[in-house]
Ligand binder design. Structure first.
Ligand code: BMA
Length: 933
C-alpha cells in the first residue's frame, strides 16, 4: 500500500505548526518492474535493490553465491536493465516543486519521467537530485524509468576511447577489466577475496520530494565538532571549548535572512545547549553556522575498551522570521581523534623512541593501541546488508577486543546505519575513498566527478564519532608509486604528479574544506608528510622515500606467502603501525556446504579452485587454474611445514580437517605478528596499532577473513580475540640461534604488577623437572602502553637436557588493573603455550583424551556452556565445532589444555534453525585428531 509521508516542522521557538513543508515519498513504495532490453525478462523489481537480487527473487537466476555462478551469471552484468514504475498513485500536488532524490545509483543510469529524459548519471557514490516539476506538468499517467547500462561494457568502451588512460602496468586486474575508469565499487569487478557480479540498480534509498513555496528539504547534513583552534591532522588543545559547526545542504531557496539554531540534547533528551549559530553563511544551496559548547557541558565519547560511548543529539534548525523552515537531527558525540604524524619530539627521543615521525592515533588527546582488522564489503550486493547482520558482525568485533576497523578503499562508502552501529559500539572506522591498487585518470571530468563524490560523503558521515580518518586509497604510495618508479622510471614524475593531482589536490581539500576534526592521508600505507602547512595552497608535502637512514616513518603492510619464514620474526616489518598483514585460509566445511554441491567438497575440486581468487585470474578467463593452484598450494605447504597433516579415512572428515588446518596456520601466523607488533609499543619503534587483513568474508571462499560469510568465526577470530587481550604474555623465539624470550605487553593506560607462571611439560603432561626453572613464578611490572621482558633463555642449551620435540612451555599471566576510564578493578589473565620445535608435525603429540560436557542444556536465557577437559596429554589447538544449522560463536576456542585442566565456554547463538538440537552435535577435537582415522 502506498503511504505518503507528511513531514511537518515544529518550531523550536514555540511557534505553531507551519503549513505543509515537504511531502517525501520513498521510491521503495512504488510497484517496480525490472526488464531486459527485449522484454523477454520482466519481473517485479525493488528499490533499493540490484538486478541480480530481483532476478533471484523471481527465480530467473539461482542463488548468485552458489557454485560457479560467479562465472555463469556474467550475462546479468553484461545486460542493460530497466526499472519502471507508475507514479499515478502519488497524488502529486501541482502547486509544488517536485524533486527526485537518489542517495545512490549503481552506476550508469538514464532517468526518464513521463517519457522525458531527466538526466544520466555515472557515479555510484554520489547523491543525485533532479527537479522533475516540468516533466510532470500535463502528464496524465506519470511513470518513472531508470535504465542501467552494463558497467563492464561501459568501462570497456571508455577504455577504447580514453585519452587519459592511467599507466597500464600499475593496474591490478581481477576479473572484469578497466575498473579504474569508472566510479563504481572496484571490487564489483572481482578481487582476490571475492566474486565479480558488477551489479546494477538503485542501491540506496531514493525519494520523491514535493516542496511548496518557501520550504526546504535537507538532503545532507554536515556536523563538525572540534576543539576551538583545531586543524586537521594536528593534536588540538584539549582545554579549549568545543565548536559545533553545522551545515545543511538543501533543496529549495534558503531565505536571505534565515537564522540557524543548534540544539544539543543528551541521550536522556535533556537539553545541553540551544543557541543561535554565529557566522551564518548561505552559499551553494547550503546554510552554515556554528556555536561554542563549554567543555564541562558534555561527556566524551571513547572507543571500545577505552571508556563509554556517550552520545548526543544535535538538531539544526533553519529559522525565518521566527518560523521554523526545516530542521535536521543527527546523533553525534564529542571526541577528538587525530592521526599524529608529527616529527618525533625531543621528549620522545629522551624516552628511547627512534627518530623519524610519529604514526599513531590519539583519542581525546591520549595515545592508545589500535587493535583491529580490515573491513571489506560485507556482501557483493549492498541492498541485502541488514542492520542485524552488521550488528552481529560488530558485536564480534568488540567481543574480539578490537577498537578499530580500516574500511578498505574499494568497496563503497559505508551507509550511515553502519557508522551508527559503530558509534554505539565504540568501533573507530578508518575510512577510505574508493581507490585501490591502480593509478587513476586525471581527466578534468573524472576529477570533477570524484570531487562531488568526496564532498558528499565527507559531509554525510562527519557527524559520526566513529569516523577516525580519511585515507585517499589503498596501497598507492607504497605499491602503485613504487611499481611506477621500478618499471617506468623515465615517466615516474608524471605518475607522481597525477597521483598528487587526485589525492592531494582533489581529495585532501574535500576533507580539509568540510571538516576540521578529521585527519587525512593520501594512501593507506604511507611514510607520512615532509611538511604540513594549512595556509599553503597545497598543505601537505609527502615524504615518499625521502628518508634518513635509521629513522622510522609511517605504517606498514606485510604479505609473505613463503611460509618457510612465517615465524621468523626478522621477516616482519618494523614500523609505527601495521595497517594490514595476512595469509589466506579455507572456510569451514559448514560454510562450503552452503555454496558447493556435495560432490565438489574436496580440497582441489574445480568449484573450490575457481572460487579461490588468490591469485586472481587477472581476466575473465575461467580456465586459468594456475593462479588458483598456486594459492591453494601455499595453504597446503604451510600446513605441511608446521602441523601434522590430516589423514582421515572419511573424505569429508578429511576435507574438513584440512580446512581447519589451514585456519590454524593462519591464526598462528597472525598471532605471531600481532604479538610482535604489540611488543613494539615498548620498543624504539613505539608501534601503536595492528589491523590485520581481513575481518570478514564477502562470500564462501578461501580468503584472509577471520569471520565467515554466515557470521561463523574461523580460528583466526578466536585467536585474535585472545592476543588482543589488554595484557598479554608471548614468546619471541629466534629458532636459528635458539634465543628465546617472553614479554608481557600491556595496552592499559596505567602501570600494573602481576605474575607470569612458567611451567615446562612433556606432551603427556608431566612437569619437566630437569629443566632449569621447570616451573617458576615471575613477578613483573609493566608500564602503560609498554612491554617488559619476563624470560630470557636459549633452546639450544635447553635441548642438551630435554627432548625438544617432547616439551611445551605454558605461560600463564595474572594481573589486576583498570581499563582506561573505568573505576572498577579488573583481573586480567592470559595464557600462551610455546613449543621449542618449529613444526608440531615433528612433536611427540599424545592423545589428550578430550572430554566434552554440555552444561545447562535447557537453560534458554544464557544458553548452554561447554566444558572441555584433557585427561591424558596436552591438547593443542583444541577446537569446539558447532554443526550446520546454527551460527554463532563460542566465547573462546583454539585453546590448549594440560591433563586435568578444564575450560568452560559459552556459545552466543546468532541464528538457530535446529530448534536447539545443535547442542547435541557440538564436537571437540585437537591437533592430535588430524592423524586419527
Ligand atoms: C592487500 C589489500 C587488498 C587485498 C589484500 C590481500 O593488497 O589491500 O587489496 O585484497 O591485500 O591480497
Amino acid at each position: 500500500m502506498f503511504v505518503s509521508l507528511l513531514i511537518f516542522s515544529l518550531s523550536l521557538l514555540g511557534a505553531p505548526f507551519s503549513s505543509l513543508a515537504q511531502n517525501v515519498t520513498p521510491l521503495s513504495e512504488l510497484q517496480w518492474t525490472l526488464t531486459n532490453p527485449n522484454h523477454s525478462i520482466s519481473v517485479p523489481g525493488h528499490v533499493p535493490s540490484q538486478a541480480h537480487l530481483d532476478l533471484h527473487d523471481a527465480q530467473v537466476i539461482s542463488d548468485p553465491y552458489y557454485g560457479l555462478n560467479d562465472f555463469n551469471l556474467r550475462w546479468v552484468a553484461e545486460t542493460n536493465w530497466t526499472y519502471t514504475a507508475s507514479l499515478a498513485s502519488l497524488n502529486l500536488s501541482s502547486n509544488a516543486t517536485t524533486w527526485l532524490v537518489f542517495n545512490g545509483l549503481d552506476t550508469f543510469s538514464t532517468i526518464s519521467v513521463c517519457n522525458q529524459q531527466i538526466a544520466s548519471t555515472d557515479n555510484q557514490f554520489r547523491q543525485y537530485y533532479f527537479d522533475v516539476t516540468k516533466a510532470l506538468t500535463g502528464c496524465n499517467s506519470p511513470t518513472i524509468t531508470i535504465n542501467f547500462g552494463s558497467a563492464p561494457n561501459i568501462a570497456d568502451a571508455l577504455a577504447d576511447t580514453s585519452l587519459n588512460e592511467p599507466w597500464k602496468a600499475s593496474q591490478l586486474n581481477y576479473e572484469f577489466p578497466n575498473r579504474w575508469l569508472i566510479r563504481k565499487e572496484q571490487s564489483d569487478f572481482g578481487w582476490d577475496w571475492g566474486p565479480a557480479f558488477a551489479p546494477a540498480g538503485v542501491w540506496q534509498p531514493a525519494y520523491i520530494v514535493q516542496l511548496s513555496n518557501n520550504h526546504l528539504y535537507v538532503r545532507n547534513t554536515l556536523l563538525d565538532i572540534y576543539r576551538q583552534g583545531q586543524l586537521n591532522n594536528l593534536p588540538p588543545d584539549q582545554t579549549k571549548p568545543w565548536v559545533v559547526n553545522a551545515s545543511l545542504d538543501v533543496l529549495g531557496t534558503i531565505p536571505q535572512h534565515a537564522e540557524l539554531r543548534i540544539e544539543i540534547k543528551d541521550a536522556s533528551n535533556k537539553t545541553v545547549t540551544s543557541s543561535v549559530a554565529k557566522n551564518v553563511t548561505i552559499s551553494g544551496g547550503a546554510i552554515s553556522g556554528s556555536i561554542v559548547v563549554e567543555d564541562s557541558a558534555v561527556k566524551l565519547w571513547w572507543p571500545n575498551g577505552l571508556g563509554q560511548q556517550n552520545l548526543y543529539f544535535a538538531t539544526v534548525t533553519v529559522v525565518n522570521s521566527g518560523d521554523t523552515v526545516v530542521s535536521s537531527t543527527k546523533r553525534t558525540a564529542f571526541r577528538t581523534i587525530v592521526l599524529n604524524m608529527e616529527p618525533i619530539s625531543k621528549r620522545q627521543l629522551g624516552q628511547g623512541i627512534k627518530n623519524g615521525n610519529n604514526w599513531h592515533f590519539e583519542i581525546n588527546g591520549h595515545e592508545f593501541y589500535a587493535k583491529g582488522s580490515n573491513f571489506i564489503p560485507p556482501d557483493a550486493f549492498w541492498p541485502r546488508v541488514t542492520t542485524t547482520k552488521i550488528q552481529q558482525l560488530f558485536d564480534s568485533v568488540t567481543k574480539g577486543n578490537q577498537n578499530m576497523l580500516r574500511v578498505w578503499a574499494s568497496g563503497a562508502y559505508q551507509p550511515d546505519f553502519i557508522y551508527d552501529i559503530a558509534d554505539e559500539k565504540g568501533i573507530l572506522l578508518w575510512s577510505e575513498f574508493e581507490f585501490s591498487d591502480s593509478l587513476y585518470p586525471v581527466a578534468q571530468s573524472f576529477l570533477d566527478n570524484v570531487r562531488e563524490e568526496a564532498i558528499y560523503n565527507v559531509r554525510r558521515v562527519n557527524h559520526h564519532p566513529s569516523l577516525a580518518l580519511w585515507a585517499g586509497g589503498n596501497e598507492l604510495e607504497n605499491l602503485e608509486l613504487y611499481l611506477a618508479e621500478l618499471y617506468d622510471p623515465g615517466n615516474y614524475s608524471r605518475w607522481q604528479k597525477e597521483y598528487e593531482t587526485l589525492f592531494l589536490n582533489v581529495l585532501l581539500p574535500a576533507v580539509y574544506e568540510n571538516s576540521r576534526s578529521i585527519s587525512y592521508i593520501p594512501s593507506s600505507t604511507t611514510n607520512g608528510y615532509l611538511s604540513l602547512n594549512h595556509s599553503a595552497p597545497h598543505p601537505m608535502v609527502e615524504r615518499y622515500n625521502n628518508e634518513t637512514e635509521g629513522y622510522i616513518y609511517g605504517d606498514t603492510d606485510h604479505y609473505d606467502y613463503d611460509s618457510t619464514v612465517a615465524f621468523n620474526l626478522s621477516s616482519y616489518p618494523v614500523g609505527r603501525f601495521a595497517n594490514e598483514f595476512g595469509f589466506h585460509s579455507m572456510p569451514s566445511l559448514q560454510s562450503w556446504e552452503e555454496a558447493v554441491a556435495p560432490e565438489d567438497l574436496h580440497f582441489n575440486s574445480t568449484t573450490i579452485q575457481l572460487r579461490n581468487h588468490h591469485y586472481p585470474s587477472g581476466s575473465l578467463n575461467t580456465t586459468n587454474f594456475a593462479n588458483s593452484t598456486k594459492g591453494m598450494g601455499e595453504m597446503t605447504i604451510a600446513v605441511e611445514l608446521y602441523y601434522p597433516t590430516p589423514d582421515k579415512a572419511d573424505p569429508l572428515a578429511n576435507f574438513s580437517s584440512w580446512c581447519l588446518a589451514t585456519q590454524i596456520f593462519q591464526a598462528d601466523f597472525y598471532r605471531s605478528q600481532i604479538a610482535y607488533y604489540r611488543r613494539g609499543s615498548g620498543m624504539p619503534e613505539r608501534q601503536l596499532g595492528s589491523l590485520y587483513w581481513q575481518l570478514e568474508d564477502i562470500w564462501q571462499a578461501p580468503t584472509w577473513a577471520g569471520i565467515e560469510y554466515s557470521g561463523r568465526w574461523k580460528m583466526l577470530h578466536y585467536i585474535a580475540k585472545d592476543i588482543y587481550s589488554p595484557v598479554i604474555v608471548a614468546p619471541y623465539w629466534n629458532y636459528t640461534t635458539g634465543d628465546l624470550t617472553a614479554y608481557v605487553t600491556s595496552d592499559l593506560w596505567e602501570s600494573v604488577n602481576g605474575t607470569v607462571d612458567l611451567t615446562w611439560y612433556d606432551w603427556s603432561g608431566n612437569v619437566l623437572s630437569n629443566v632449569t626453572n621447570g616451573t617458576s613464578s615471575i613477578p613483573f611490572t609493566v608500564g602503560a602502553l609498554n612491554t617488559t621482558k619476563v624470560l630470557q633463555t636459549n633452546t639450544e642449551s635447553l635441548g642438551k637436557s630435554v627432548d625438544l620435540s617432547n616439551a611445551v612451555l605454558k605461560m600463564n599471566l595474572t594481573t589486576t588493573g583498570h581499563l582506561p576510564n573505568d573505576k572498577t578493578l579488573s583481573i586480567f589473565t592470559h595464557e600462551f603455550f610455546y613449543h621449542p620445535i618449529l613444526s608440531l608435525g615433528k612433536a611427540r603429540l599424545v592423545d589428550p583424551g578430550l572430554n566434552l560436557i554440555v552444561n545447562g542444556n535447557n537453560d534458554t536465557t544464557s544458553g548452554p556452556t561447554f566444558t572441555v577437559r584433557a585427561t591424558s596429554g596436552v591438547s593443542a589447538w583444541t577446537w569446539l565445532d558447532s554443526p550446520s544449522g546454527v551460527v554463532g560463536n563460542f566465547d573462546g576456542n583454539g585453546f590448549w589444555l594440560v591433563p586435568g585442566e578444564t575450560k568452560t565456554v559459552g556459545f552466543d547463538v546468532k541464528n538457530d534453525t535446529t530448534g536447539g538440537e545443535w547442542v547435541k552435535n557440538v564436537t571437540v577435537s585437537s591437533l592430535w585428531d588430524f592423524s586419527t582415522p
